[in-house]
Design a protein around this ligand. Structure first.
Ligand SMILES: Nc1ncnc2c1ncn2[C@@H]1O[C@H](COP(=O)(O)OP(=O)(O)OP(=O)(O)O)[C@@H](O)[C@H]1O
Ligand SMILES: [Mg+2]
Length: 323
């Protein structure tokens, strides 16, 4: 056995990246969540080669001040929580302070940002290898632009797991779709290899929301769905549920959001399946876009590094309510 040593920063970040950055789509998820947490109302995502060559995300959020730019890229650096109690009622999508450190350890990352109080923007660049971030002036309106180039250029083992450009892009598009379904008040633009894929304006009226859902889930879904809106003792459920006649052979049109976060959850899946049980043929899957809202203190969001899972404090009540 070799002696025990502390891992250097870069390696520790690369290992942590293994958990959250599986492919370009996961980087896009983290970056868009950051923009949303920063109060952005317009998001532009431009990618090349399925996101492997380039991911560029521009937002009009409140930005990052010059003296915090380098810190934003460090591990365990976050503006979203400062003590354990904050974690119990966390209202932001991020809180781990790890995403940018992870992404920047496995890519060539440029972060440019400007805040209200500054006259001009500033930029930091890191290239996986030397994590020393150089800060230099760069013109930018209030908000942030992040460019991630050559994902996994320094982690060949990870790169080998990447699929074709088309497959990577379809994962990435799915991520954008989920976030666009989670926030109707935010405008989204997605471009791939200079081609416009989605252009979604902020939606506030029911008709505008229907239009966005139709653009993302297909017009047939909206034509065959009913809107539900139920509010019982602190639990609120709203959204669209597909008619039993609009079932699918696979569970590919099922979106469930808990306090704005898209999740996959056994308990939720079970409750919905049960509810459809008597009206669906065996082997068919219901379709739905549903939003559950409840006191954040009643859900634990810190159970999985990618935050795709949550734990309800009172699972039985949630199950019964959904059913
Ligand atoms: N687009 C952005 N606009 C404004 N601030 C940002 C943006 N992206 C990142 N930040 C700042 O950088 C910090 C670090 O971001 P990072 O994604 O690494 O961590 P986090 O969002 O706090 O937690 P998590 O790892 O769970 O995503 C954030 O807490 C936030 O203050
Ligand atoms: Mg984050």
């Amino acid at each position: 056995m070799k002696p025990i040593r502390l891992l250097d920063n870069r390696l520790a970040n690369q290992i942590a990246a293994g958990e959250v950055v599986e492919r370009p789509a996961s980087a896009v998820k983290e970056l868009l969540e950051n923009s949303i947490d920063a109060g952005a109302k317009r998001l532009t995502v431009e990618v090349e080669s399925g996101g492997v060559k380039l991911i560029r995300i521009r937002d009009d959020g409140y930005g990052i001040p010059k003296d915090e730019l380098a810190l934003a890229l460090s591990r365990h650096a976050t503006s979203k929580i400062s003590e354990l109690e904050d974690l119990e009622g966390v209202a932001t999508l991020g809180f781990r302070g790890e995403a940018l450190a992870s992404i920047s350890s496995v890519s060539r990352l440029t972060l440019t940002s400007n805040v209200e109080e500054q006259e001009s923007g500033w930029q930091v660049r890191v290239e996986g290898r030397d994590m020393e971030a150089q800060v230099m002036p760069a013109p930018h309106p209030v908000g942030t632009t992040i460019e991630v180039k050559d994902l996994f250029f320094n982690t060949p083992a990870r790169r080998k797991f990447l699929r074709t450009e088309k497959t990577e892009f379809s994962h990435l598009e799915e991520v954008v779709k989920r976030l666009a379904l989670s926030r109707f008040d935010v405008g989204f633009t997605l471009r791939h290899n200079q081609r416009s894929i989605h252009q979604l304006r902020p939606a506030s009226t029911q008709a505008e929301k229907d239009r966005r859902v139709a653009a993302l889930c297909g017009p047939k879904f909206i034509e065959n769905a009913v809107i539900i809106d139920v509010d019982v003792s602190g639990l609120k459920l709203y959204g669209w549920v597909g008619l039993p006649t609009f079932s699918r052979a696979s569970a590919d049109l099922q979106y469930f959001f808990v306090n704005g976060r898209v999740i996959r959850d056994k308990l939720v899946g079970h409750a919905v399946r049960q509810a459809y049980r008597d009206v669906l043929y065996g082997g068919r899957h219901p379709t739905f876009v549903l939003y559950l809202e409840l006191d954040p203190a009643l859900v634990d969001v810190n159970v999985h590094p990618t935050k795709h899972e949550v734990r309800f404090r009172d699972g039985r009540t949630v199950h019964n309510f959904l059913f």
